[in-house]
Design a protein around this ligand. Structure first.
Ligand code: NOJ
Length: 742
């Protein structure tokens, strides 16, 4: 009878999925479900297990969602069992970590962020949804928007970097791309904003570690990207593993109910991270799974990912009266609603397009463009780049990342096939091999290789070459989940390899492919040019070849600060005003007199042994052309909290080639009711100009964007004087002033 009901729902045409009808249908379905049916809807498990066992669980109705099965033949068969043989006949929802691309792997999110191109990110995310939905995936565990200020943390790779505003904008672009115009469209996937919240602040950069984020910082720095995603209609949110100040997120009622649902009005599904319901036990705040299930369902975590705590204990918790049936109903309602919004009751099976989208030409082309835009040029002395075949006859390519098809896909490339990866050496040889003589000596077999056996041969070849291009960096498994590092120096003999090359008089171009900012001060010193390509994905080699030979002009800008050494971490551009601001002259041990009076070095917030500034600032990146900013104009210098500031600047391409500049808008204030960041990003625009072209670029800044949690912990805009910068990075630009008045 119940199954018949679910099937009747299935017969409704797609166009009938209006919100009211969904709510009504959810209520009707819910009213017919047993307590077992309901609890089953809150259970999500991994699909990489014995298939017969999974089928049995589906048949019994104890599974609502299955992760990590990407074979449509299998997902469709499981779906058939759910609909035709399970007690309630409710379709399954197949989920996967679709983090940066699916089969076609995009640059890691940190690389995507370096493009500062939300339109392209949205388009690329849409392509990802096309590929993933063809494999039956309708729920993607992304975007991740943890603010990452510590590159030791391996998951910085999955983040959009250190800035709150930027992370919110770019994560929202992914949400829009995944979810498309309508969730009911079979090419759409429900997005999942993660990890709620503070996970990126893991103490010491050690993954899963405790965090101690104070309430104001939590609200002003870590929460806003999630709010932005909620406002962009993100269908789900994943709790984080960490505890903050004593409370694990998955059992935090203030976070999941008071803030997320009551204050923000979020109506979607909250899913725990993997095992993080039962994670309350090792955290030491729950005695057992029963206790953990009790705390988490009450807190507002709807779906239990893989710990089975809900499945095992919710029934007795409800029957004993410890948990109210209304609490269970509320969670189930949200899961059913999502399944209906996805149109699963009407069309539960993987879509079968006439022509597959997987690895299609347009998808590869977009991935290539995004990879090009993600590459940041950090140095280009003497214009060694781009390589011009008319002038350069012999190129020596070296290094373990020149041909590392698996590694360049980066972390969470679960569905990427390395045989589709275009590596730098392959792309360079294929496109330029006839015009330029390209010799390739890997020298090291992989980034941790310590062998120096090939150095002699390499140096000999370098002497004969007109330019050397060295590809170094990190293997795929050096970053990502549970892959934290205490040193960010190049591994293996890579640094020695570059030193050996620097001894030769041939210009040296060093290209980094890595999951995080590494500490590269010495390599910057000894190289003539530096490209930072992150892990650029399937088309990364093509993108690099295009940049190296000048078919594309670099436009990437750093979404994170590059420290000089690991001891400077955390180092981020939007640090607070302090009472003892560093002057910039500190950090030289040779300046310290012997046995001098203890205050002789002054009293500033700095180190004795390293400069207070970073190696490269947030927002920094070079181009093959040059840009100049002039004539900043602000329309309204006295505004109220409800106004919009209009500010503009003239950008001129003063070089010889066309190019793109990312104009960045920062604001800052010296005095407020609570200490403030020196400056904060509040807007950005990519501006493409022909050689010699000038354009006035306009920004609209709603004053409401400047709100922060004031001394009374109220989110408000404070009156007072502000500085506004329009710049090409967080340090260089022109400034103007405005006042916020009553
Ligand atoms: C654990 C990770 O923290 C999370 O990001 C991921 O989505 C889940 N595992 C599922 O694989």
């Amino acid at each position: 009878m119940k199954r018949l009901f679910a099937l009747l729902i299935a017969a409704l045409p797609l166009c009938a999925i209006a919100q009211e009808s969904i709510d009504q249908r959810v209520e009707e379905l819910l009213s017919k479900m047993t307590i077992e049916d309901k609890i089953g809807q809150l259970n999500q498990m991994d699909g990489r297990r014995d298939l017969e066992k999974i089928k049995q669980e589906v048949r019994e109705g104890t599974l609502s969602s299955i992760m990590n099965i990407v074979d449509p033949a299998v997902t469709n068969e499981l779906q058939r069992i759910a609909i035709e043989e399970s007690p309630a006949g409710i379709p399954l929802l197949f989920a996967r970590d679709v983090v940066h691309g699916f089969n076609t792997v995009l640059p890691i999110p940190l690389g995507m962020a370096a493009s500062w191109d939300e339109e392209l990110i949205e388009a690329a995310a849409r392509n990802t949804a096309l590929e993933a939905t063809e494999r039956g995936i309708r729920w993607a565990f992304a975007p991740m928007m943890d603010i990452a200020r510590d590159a030791r943390w391996g998951r910085i790779a999955e983040s959009f970097g250190e800035d709150t505003y930027m992370s919110g904008r770019l994560a929202s672009a992914v949400v829009r791309g995944y979810q498309g115009e309508s969730l009911a469209d079979q090419t759409s996937m429900a997005a999942c904003a993660k990890h709620f919240v503070g996970y990126g602040d893991a103490e010491g950069g050690r993954d899963y570690n405790t965090t101690s984020i104070p309430p104001r910082t939590l609200r002003d720095v870590y929460l806003p990207p999630f709010r932005a995603c909620v406002e962009n209609g993100c269908a789900s949110i994943m709790t984080s593993f960490n505890d903050n100040d004593g409370l694990p997120s998955t059992g935090n009622k203030w976070l999941l109910t008071e803030l997320l649902r009551e204050q923000w009005g979020f109506e979607g599904v909250v899913v725990s991270d993997w095992g993080s319901v039962a994670g309350l036990i090792p955290h030491g705040v729950a005695h057992d799974k029963r206790d953990a299930a009790h705390q988490c369902i009450e807190a507002g975590c709807d779906v239990d990912m893989s710990s089975r705590s809900y499945l095992l204990h919710l029934k007795e918790l409800i029957e004993s009266g410890e948990v109210d049936m209304a609490v269970l109903d509320e969670a189930v309602r949200r899961v059913l609603k999502l399944k209906m919004e996805l149109g699963l009751f009407e069309q539960p099976y993987a879509r079968t397009p006439e022509q597959s989208d997987i690895y299609s030409e347009p998808i590869l082309a977009t991935a290539c463009r995004l990879a090009e835009e993600s590459i940041v040029m950090l140095k280009n002395e003497g214009g060694v780049l781009p390589i011009v075949p008319e002038k350069v006859k012999r190129v020596l390519v070296v290094g373990p990342m020149a041909d590392a098809p698996y590694d360049q896909m980066g972390t969470w490339a679960l569905d990427g096939d390395k045989t589709h990866t275009v590596t730098p050496i392959a792309a360079m040889q294929q496109e330029w091999g006839e015009k330029v003589q390209i010799e390739y000596i890997p020298c090291l077999t992989h980034p941790r290789d310590k062998s120096t056996a090939e150095f002699k041969k390499m140096k000999k070849a370098a002497r004969k070459a007109d330019v050397v291009v060295a590809f170094v960096g990190e293997e795929q498994m050096m970053s990502g989940e549970a892959h934290s590092l205490s040193s960010l120096d190049l591994q293996g003999a890579q640094a020695e390899m570059l030193e050996a090359l620097a001894e030769v008089d041939t210009p040296l171009v060093t290209v980094f492919l890595a999951g995080r900012p590494l500490t590269i001060a010495r390599q910057v010193e000894i190289s003539d040019a530096i490209l930072y390509a992150w892990h650029p994905g399937t088309m990364g080699g093509q993108a690099l070849s295009n940049i190296i030979f000048g078919k594309a002009n670099p436009s990437g800008k750093l979404p994170v600060t590059f420290p000089r050494n690991v001891g400077q971490i955390p180092l981020y551009y939007n640090h607070k005003h302090t009472s003892h601001r560093a002057k910039g002259t500190e950090g030289n041990l040779d300046n310290i007199p012997r046995e001098a009076y203890q205050s002789v070095m002054g009293h500033t917030s700095s180190y004795l042994d390293v400069a207070p500034s970073p190696l490269f600032h947030f927002g920094y990146g070079l181009s093959y052309t040059t840009f100049e900013l002039s004539d900043i104009k602000i329309e309204n210098t006295a505004v109220t909290a409800e106004d919009t500031i209009r500010v503009s600047i003239v950008v001129t391409n003063t070089g010889e080639v066309d190019g793109t500049e990312v104009v960045q808008l920062y604001t800052g204030r010296k005095t407020a009711s609570v200490t403030q960041p020196m400056k904060e990003l509040k807007g950005f625009q990519r501006v493409t100009l022909k050689a010699g072209e000038s354009r006035r670029v306009e920004f609209e800044l709603p004053v409401g964007r400047l709100a922060f949690h004031n001394r009374d912990m109220v989110l408000a805009v404070e009156e007072g004087k502000y500085t506004l910068w329009l710049g090409t990075d967080c340090q260089n630009g022109l400034k103007t002033y405005f006042k916020i008045i009553k």
